[in-house]
Design a binder for this molecule. Structure first.
Ligand code: NAD
Length: 505
């Protein structure tokens, strides 16, 4: 572990504030990063105070005035260099992500791959920040729109994707000409420091230290400073619904912009004509991957009643073969939850399930024989009226709900406050297209014969309803990081007014 931490520049005690340079001794509390596998300390971090916060913001604003004038394709070239650095440190950073979050190594490395992918995407995007040209109704007038950088933006991230979510925001915002102030989750501060250490030499070498900055601290302190700060035009926040509602209302009050990426309560509908073996593979990855702690985790299986028993037996069998243990060990498919609170929350949810008439047909215990925050994944036979089905429990609990026809399936599917990811398993074109139609899934992501989790960066990522409505990563999500300007140029010697208005002629 020592070599790994050394490669990533992690010391026993680290500064958690970068404002164009590491702030030597930030004034905030000391945060200890705990390995959820064995409850031991990995390293500690000095978090930011209000004074440190001010340094980060003023530096980000200063660097913005220079960065915005640097041509976008040249900004893209710097993202290319960053992408190469991520490739160089993929193994070490992936391992640190596994150590800090408890996700298995394949997923830790997969997360770094996602950072590489979005950096590569940003390189291409840097030559494609295009606006429309429109035909003017006035003679010898040209009308078009152009996109300008927004400013220093705030990026608040959740614990479960400690690198990728920042990269989705930072790579895109940076080619758009913004500077970035990153407030990661205080549960996973070391990944953020490692990422900052990886990108710093590239930005410094190019004369742009401080395009991407870091400020580690609590949501109630640093998070609150950021969301109240009128100098920050955009807050991109990923996390729980409770956090998102707070961020949305505070930033909305000052008429700032937000990108909100909040909780999901994702369902897959399994029709009786589905390829069952393929379905089981997708469902098990979707429900148990990252120990049920992905925003896109499959939480509800809506199953046609005539195949419920067959499917349940197959999933049970697959669950029984899942090896739970050290996330860094080969063959392990499920690591621990992030902390004791997460385990307690799962146990509380299971109690509620029993009280509401659900039956736990597999797993659900706390693994007491091991150190660390381990649980068994749970399978629950649920009734569609159970109130707990409306909530996102951030743990590996999978509900099985029976339905008769596709109309009922879609009703059950959509009958939750969240709207992130969704899936249907079927071989029927009619079923698939119905699910994807206006009367089908109400989510931001809808898949056929693919599980709810594991999105690619090329598409815009995000969800509807209580998931917040934000979009990040690919497609035209970049537009949220820029301001649009509509421009009209008169190249005649006359002064015609729009709508043919005559004013004093
Ligand atoms: P969380 O809401 O507890 O914390 C997320 C971040 O918000 C942290 O950095 C935290 O410090 C900050 N925060 C908390 N209160 C704040 C405040 N008042 N002002 C500003 N910032 C504040 O979430 P978590 O437990 O870290 O992550 C799990 C949640 O994140 C789940 O609900 C999951 O579904 C969601 N999530 C969503 C997506 C998505 O893209 N939709 C991706 C990953 C995680």
């Amino acid at each position: 572990m020592k070599t790994l931490l050394k490669e990533l520049g992690i010391k026993t005690l680290n500064s958690g504030v970068y404002a164009g340079h590491w702030i030597n001794k930030p004034d905030g509390d000391t945060i200890v990063s705990i390995n959820p596998y064995n409850e031991t300390e990995i390293a500690a971090v000095l978090s930011a105070s209000k004074k440190d916060y001010e340094k980060v913001v003023s530096n980000s604003l200063e660097v913005f005035s220079k960065w915005r004038m640097y041509p976008a394709p040249k900004r893209g070239e710097i993202m290319r260099q960053i992408s190469l650095e991520f490739r160089k440190h993929k193994k070490a950073l992936g391992t640190l992500i596994s150590l800090e979050t408890g996700k298995i190594l394949a997923e830790g490395e997969g997360e770094v791959q996602e950072m590489i992918d979005i950096a590569d995407f940003a390189v291409g995007l840097s030559r494609q920040l295009c606006g429309f040209t429109m035909h003017s109704e006035r003679e010898k007038h040209r009308m078009y729109e152009q996109w300008h950088p927004l400013g220093a933006i705030g990026v608040i991230t959740a614990f479960n994707f400690p690198g990728a979510v920042w990269a989705w925001n930072a790579m895109i915002a940076a080619v758009c000409g913004d500077t970035i102030i990153w407030k990661p989750s205080a549960k996973v501060p070391l990944t953020a420091i490692a990422v900052q250490n990886i990108i710093n030499p590239v930005l410094e070498k190019n004369g742009f230290a401080g395009v991407m900055n870091l400020i580690i601290g609590g949501g109630e302190t640093i998070g609150e400073y950021l969301i109240h700060d009128k100098r920050i035009p955009l807050i991109s926040a990923t996390g729980s619904f409770v956090m998102g509602r707070r961020v949305g209302s505070v930033v909305g009050e000052r008429l700032g912009r937000t990108i909100l990426e909040l909780g999901g309560n994702n369902a897959a509908i399994i029709m009786d004509d589905a390829n069952i073996d393929l379905t089981v593979r997708a469902v098990v990855f979707g429900a148990v991957g990252t120990a049920g702690q992905r925003c896109t985790t499959t939480r509800r299986l809506v199953v046609q009643e005539n195949i419920l028993e067959q499917l349940t037996n197959k999933i049970k069998k697959a669950y029984a073969s899942i090896k739970i243990g050290n996330p860094l060990e080969k063959g392990i498919l499920m690591g621990p939850l992030i902390d004791k609170q997460a385990v307690d929350n799962m146990m509380i949810a299971l109690e509620k399930i029993k009280n509401q008439g659900g039956s736990i047909i597999y797993g659900g215990s706390r693994l007491k024989n091991k150190k660390g925050y381990f649980v068994e994944p749970a399978l629950v036979l649920a009734k569609k009226e159970m109130p707990i089905l409306q909530e996102e429990t951030f743990a590996p609990i999978l509900y099985l709900i029976a339905f008769r026809d596709i109309k009922e399936a879609i009703e059950v599917h959509n009958n939750v406050p969240q709207g992130l990811s969704s899936a249907m398993f079927t071989k029927s074109l009619i079923n698939a297209e119905t699910f994807l139609s206006h009367e089908g899934s109400d989510c931001g992501i809808a898949n056929i014969n693919i599980g709810t989790s594991g999105a690619e960066i090329g598409g815009a990522f995000g969800g509807e309803k209580d998931t917040g409505g934000g979009r990040e990563a690919g497609s035209d999500a970049w537009k949220a990081y820029m301001r649009r300007q509509t421009t009209t140029i008169n190249f005649s010697n006359k002064m015609p007014l729009a709508q043919g208005i005559k004013f004093g002629d």
